[in-house]
Ligand binder design. Structure first.
Ligand code: PA5
Length: 433
C-alpha cells in the first residue's frame, strides 16, 4: 500500500506550463536511462533492486546479530560518517522514543554514534560513558579508510579490549565494510570480527537499505522487514508508472529542475516533526553529493518548523527569492495531547481548548504554506500518513530514485563525489601523512 503522496499543484503555478511540456521528454529519457541502467555511473545502481533482492537469510542474519549484541549491551556505538551513518540515524531518531536515554528498563540498547566528527570532547565524553556501561561496537566504512571513523574506532577498540579483554572484545565488535578491500576489511579478518558486506555497486549515500543502515536500525529494536517492504512498495509504484503524469519521482525531479532553471537554487526541506531532523540530514547528503558538481546543483538545506520559523522565517518570507521548499507533512501522530481548559485564561489560550498540539501544528503548516507561497516560495508537499518503518522505507526509495533522475537531468553522474577528496588531501598534507 502506497502512502506517500506528492502534492505539486502549488509548485506548478510558479512555472510556465509550456516549460513543463517541453521538458517532459527529458525526464522520461532520464527515467529510461535509470531503469535500463544505461546512464552515467551505472555501475552504482545496486540500490535500485536492493530491497527486493535481500534474502530472508540475510535479514535473519542481521536480526540475529542485533539480538545477540542487544543481549549484553546497554549501548551500541555505531561508528561511521556520511553515507555510513546518516541513514541509520535518520530512521532510528524518527521512530525511537526521544527520551529513551533517560528512561529505565528499556528492552533494546541505546544507539550512540561516533566517528562522524573530529570532536574530541564528544569522543572523550563517550568513552567516559562507556567506562560505566555495557556496550558493543558496530564499525561501518565502505572504503575502510575514512579518517574520522578510523580514529574513533581505534580509540573504541582499545577501550573495548582494555575493558573486556581481546577475546571478548572480538565478540562485541561487528564490522560492515567492502567484501575484499580496505584497512577495515583487513583488520576485521585479522581480529575475526563478525562482518557484513557493503555491495560494490551501492555507494555510501544510497546504502541505508544494506547492512549499513539495517543492522543499527535492527539493534534499535525497529522492524527492518517493514522498512524494506515500504521501499519495495515505492519501487513497484515507480516502475509501474512510466510516464510523467503518473510517476511522482519524475514529477518531483522535473519540477525542482525547472525551479532551479528559474533561479530557485536552494531547496529547503522542512518537517514539522522534530524527530525527522536526521531524515533531513540524510536527504542533504543524498542530494548534495549527487547533484552538486561541475558548477551545478540545487543547494540542499533543512529546517524544522515551527522551531526555525522563529529564526529563518523572516528570510524565507522576505529575503532573496532563490528558495523553494519541500515539506514533509505528517498527517497523524500517535500521541493525543489536548490543550486543557484554564479558568483564569491568563495566557488567552482557552480558544484552543481540547485541540491537540498536532492539530495546531497542522494549522501552522497550512498557514505557513500560504504565507510562503504568497512570498514567492514554491512549496512541494509530501504527505506521510504516519511515521512508521513502512513510510520511511517509501520515502527513502522515493528520494533515492528522484535523486538519480535529478542528476541525469543536470547531466552529471549522481553516484560519484570527486569533490569530497579536496579537503582530505589538504588535511593529509597538513598532517604529514
Ligand atoms: O556518499 C559517500 O560515498 C560518502 O559520503 C561516504 O559515505 C562517506 O565519506 C563515508 O565513507 P566510508 O563508508 O568509505 O567510510
Amino acid at each position: 500500500m502506497i502512502n506517500t503522496v506528492l502534492n505539486t499543484i502549488s509548485v506548478q503555478k510558479f512555472l510556465p506550463q509550456l516549460g513543463i511540456q517541453n521538458e517532459m521528454p527529458g525526464i522520461e529519457k532520464a527515467y529510461h536511462k535509470l531503469v535500463s541502467k544505461t546512464g552515467k555511473g551505472n555501475d552504482f545502481l545496486g540500490w535500485l533492486t536492493l530491497p527486493e533482492e535481500i534474502t530472508p537469510d540475510q535479514i535473519s542474519d542481521i536480526n540475529k546479530t542485533a539480538e545477540y549484541l542487544a543481549s549484553f549491551s546497554e549501548i551500541i556505538v555505531v561508528v561511521g560518517i556520511g553515507g555510513s551513518y546518516l541513514g541509520a540515524r535518520a530512521v532510528i531518531e524518527a521512530l525511537q522514543h526521544p527520551f529513551k536515554s533517560i528512561l529505565p528498563n528499556q528492552n533494546t540498547p541505546l544507539i550512540l554514534f561516533a566517528g562522524n566528527s573530529l570532536g574530541e570532547d564528544y569522543h572523550k565524553a563517550l568513552i567516559d560513558t562507556l567506562d560505566i556501561k555495557e556496550y558493543s561496537v558496530i564499525v561501518i566504512s565502505k572504503s575502510g579508510t575514512t579518517t574520522e571513523p578510523a580514529i574513533a574506532f581505534r580509540i573504541l577498540k582499545e577501550h573495548c579490549e582494555n575493558k573486556y579483554g581481546r577475546t571478548e572484545a572480538q565478540k562485541r565488535i561487528v564490522a560492515i565494510t567492502d567484501e575484499k578491500r580496505g584497512a577495515l576489511k583487513k583488520l576485521a579478518t585479522e581480529e575475526n570480527y563478525k562482518t557484513f558486506v557493503i555491495p560494490d555497486d551501492v555507494g555510501g549515500r544510497y546504502s541505508v537499505l544494506t547492512p549499513v543502515g539495517l543492522l543499527p536500525i535492527a539493534c534499535a529494536g525497529l522492524n527492518i522487514r517493514k522498512l524494506l517492504n515500504g521501499a519495495i512498495n515505492m519501487r513497484r509504484m515507480l516502475l509501474k508508472n512510466t510516464t510523467y503524469d503518473t510517476n511522482i519521482a519524475m514529477q518531483y525531479a522535473l519540477l525542482r529542475f525547472l525551479l532551479y532553471k528559474e533561479g530557485k537554487k536552494m531547496e529547503l526541506v522542512v518537517a514539522y516533526e522534530p524527530q525527522l531532523f536526521f531524515f533531513i540530514e540524510w536527504f542533504k547528503q543524498l542530494f548534495g553529493e549527487s547533484d552538486g558538481k561541475q558548477g551545478k546543483g540545487i543547494f540542499p538545506a533543512g529546517a524544522i518548523f515551527s522551531t526555525d520559523l522563529h529564526s529563518l522565517g523572516q528570510y524565507i518570507q522576505e529575503g532573496e527569492r532563490h528558495l523553494f521548499e519541500t515539506v514533509l507533512s505528517v498527517e497523524k501522530v500517535s500521541a493525543h495531547l489536548p490543550i486543557p481548559f484554564d479558568n483564569n485564561d491568563l495566557d488567552g489560550l482557552n480558544y484552543l481548548y481540547q485541540k491537540t498540539i498536532h492539530e495546531i501544528n497542522l494549522t501552522a503548516e497550512e498557514g505557513t504554506r500560504k504565507a510562503h507561497i504568497s512570498g514567492n516560495v514554491p512549496n512541494f508537499r509530501i504527505t506521510i500518513p504516519t511515521i512508521t518503518e513502512e513510510t520511511l522505507g517509501e520515502l527513502i526509495y522515493f528520494f533515492e530514485f528522484s535523486c538519480a533522475l535529478s542528476g541525469y537531468l543536470l547531466n552529471v553522474n549522481p553516484f560519484d563525489q570527486p569533490g569530497v577528496e579536496a579537503y582530505k588531501s589538504n588535511m593529509f598534507k597538513l598532517l604529514g601523512k
